[in-house]
Design a protein around this ligand. Sequence first.
Ligand code: ZN
Ligand code: ZN
Length: 350
Amino acid sequence: MQSLRKLHPGRGLDLQDVATPCAPGPGEVLLKVKSTGVCGTDLHIDEWTASYHFVTAALPVTVGHEFSGEIAALGEGVAGLTVQQLVAVRPSVVCGQCEACRAGQADACVTRRGIGVTRDGGFAPWVLVPARNCVPIPAGVDAEVAALTEPLTVSHEAVRTGNVQQGDRVLVLGPGNIGQGIAIFARAAGARQVVVAGHGDAARFEVLRKMGFKELIDFAATGMEAGLAPYLQSGKFDVVIEATGAAAVIEPALRALKTHGILVITGIHAAPVAIDLTALVRQHQQIRGSYRAPERAWPEVVEFMRSHQETLRHMITHRVPLARAYEGFALARSKVATKVMVQAEPETTP
Ligand SMILES: [Zn+2]
Ligand SMILES: [Zn+2]
């Protein structure tokens, strides 16, 4: 089967013919991959960004960690899942036995691997995954929307980390897929106002408009300070959530945040950022990082999908076949796409 793989340390990914996985081992399932989203992580692995060099030890590896699939076969001992069931896949594979796992700190598991990062993932027609990483998708939610589960959990966790409350005013910096999900979950948490800002992001703002967001600022037209000014007239924001990875937004973000406000960082920043700590101290502000969502977030997000499928579907702006995955990567890199879905070609049974 054709799979999109990282073969060597360094730039680039290759479409490679690999053996189709067949019988799942104990505790595993074989999935027929339905849809796989292109994520910023995939772009970083492709570009070989320094913060992803840890992948080296796992090469060669099939990338793609945002996917849904249909269960084709169950390994020994798998309970609670059925053949033909649609599932989303939680990428984080942990041992469940080490000290960290037993202490409930699964992210610190000594053998932790990421499906589609350091273990074969979803840019392929078939993949073997641990049964315990499969999250059943409710009837009525389709496979493409189900493939949004992983990025939506990241957005969900960012809003939880920001402790967004009923009546809050929330500023979201970055209107990409993660920022859009943050806007949706902030609204669902009862935020009174959700303002989303970007930089030359007309296409992504169009998606946000379709999802019902109207307070959108393009800093490319106004600059950040002037763009925020009208909103700051009625006071500073309770919570600012950053999803840009752009160093230049952090200082102005803190200035737009009220006393005791929380700034959540979700962007992957290529360089350290200088901030005025005295101002932060005097205003009792908090900066919190947010990254991978805990396991318990997944069923909540999937449940949310059931009633918001049509809203979430607007995020899927482009579709490409696996053989042309690279075109999808280029679209994801441009600010034209929100989420590009890659579909593996239908192939014969494994
Ligand atoms: Zn992702
Ligand atoms: Zn462990």
